[in-house]
Design a binder for this molecule. Structure first.
Ligand SMILES: Cc1ncc(COP(=O)(O)O)c(C=O)c1O
Length: 351
């Protein structure tokens, strides 16, 4: 374990003897070790042995996802969505009621909530007006209590990529874990930072199958990091966090990469078309550039537009109460038909 990880990890986690589940030891033979139902499952037609607990290390799926993201299996942790990885990282590195995480806001709200659940303080540094990291402000704010810095790139809800060099500077200068949440990277024309994880021990990348892969319903996300961090995640996760149905569906989905490439290209094309159309709507002040599958849009009066759209059955996200996002709505790029309806409806609103 590198020095930086060694010093950041909570002592109780370092000392923890993890639970050893039955399927850690044996996966074949006459399995009478886990109090499963030996007669089979209520759903025998699934073709999956659903009466058995799943592989705790998800070897096949981890190896396939590692290949997808161009890293080794030892660099890969699978969680029940990336949200699980966010929670576990906080639990590994942050002592409740003592340590803190740092978020660069406005950003994805779960970092703050996961910290709150774990009784971990949140330090907030605002993004600058270009929605980029103010590196000096972040490094000044980091103190001995700061154990994790969360950066989201492309950032939700501002939609832009953060500068790679700024993130690398933080990794270099801060004595903390730097988590880069790349949930929306598939929609951006930029390489992942995951190629750096074996060189930078305090860097953790999050990816998810919930966005470009269209699999939010199966709940599968990844943390990609130095094997020492991955070992800690595997050590504290619940033994069977990824269920057999999720694993089976994800493995099937990985055979459809061309389809995902195609739909991603369609979303990117629709994003451009939608952005262009919205620019001609008189009560819209700004459509921000997007590297994600959504647009951040500033209105004269966002809450009113939001309510009027809800009345028409179109639901977007009101982000106007976030810092620097006064009068901003976040709009997910839809299908061509959904986008046409949104554009038509917006044109017809009388404000
Ligand atoms: C930036 C970001 N990270 C993570 C997530 C959650 O991903 P998952 O579905 O993998 O838990 C979201 C969901 O909206 C998100 O916007």
């Amino acid at each position: 374990m590198s020095m930086i990880i060694e010093t950041l990890v909570r002592p109780n986690i370092k000392a923890l003897k993890p639970y050893r589940a039955a399927r850690h030891d044996h996966v074949s033979g006459v399995l009478l070790d886990a109090n499963e139902n030996s007669f089979g499952s209520a759903l025998p037609s699934s073709g999956l042995e659903l009466n058995r607990y799943p592989d705790p290390y998800q070897q096949k799926l981890r190896t396939n996802l590692a290949a997808l993201y161009g890293v080794r299996t030892e660099n890969m942790f699978l969680g029940v969505g990336s949200d699980e990885a966010i929670d576990l990282l906080i639990r590994i590195f942050c002592e409740p009621a003592a340590d803190s995480i740092l978020v660069v806001e406005p950003t994805y709200g779960m970092y703050r909530v996961a910290a709150g659940i774990n009784n971990v303080e949140v330090q907030s540094v605002l993004l600058n007006w270009d929605f980029q990291i103010d590196v000096a402000a972040v490094t000044n704010a980091v103190n001995v209590k700061t154990k994790i810095i969360f950066c989201c790139s492309p950032n939700n809800p501002t939609a832009n990529l953060l500068r790679r060099d700024d993130i690398l500077t933080l990794c270099n200068q801060a004595n903390a874990i730097v988590v880069v949440d790349e949930a929306y990277l598939d929609f951006a024309d930029s390489p992942s930072l995951s190629d750096q994880v074996n060189a930078i021990p305090n860097l953790v990348i999050l990816r998810t199958l919930s966005k470009a892969w269209g699999l939010a319903g199966i709940r599968l996300g990844c943390a990609i990091a130095d094997p020492a961090v991955i070992s800690l995640l595997l050590k504290i996760k619940s033994p069977y966090n990824i269920n057999a149905l999720t694993s089976a569906e994800a493995l099937k989905a990985l055979e459809h990469r061309e389809k995902v490439k195609h739909t991603t290209a369609s979303i990117i094309a629709e994003r451009g078309r939608l952005a262009e159309a919205l620019r001609f709507i008189p009560y819209i002040r700004k459509v921000f550039p997007s590297d994600a599958n959504f647009l951040l849009v500033r209105f004269d009066d966002a809450p009113t537009v939001y309510s009027m759209l809800v009345q028409k059955g179109i639901i977007v996200r009101d982000r106007s109460s976030e810092p620097k996002l006064a009068n901003c709505l976040r709009i997910t790029v839809g299908t061509p038909e959904q986008n046409d309806l949104l554009i038509k409806t917006m044109k017809e609103l009388t404000l």
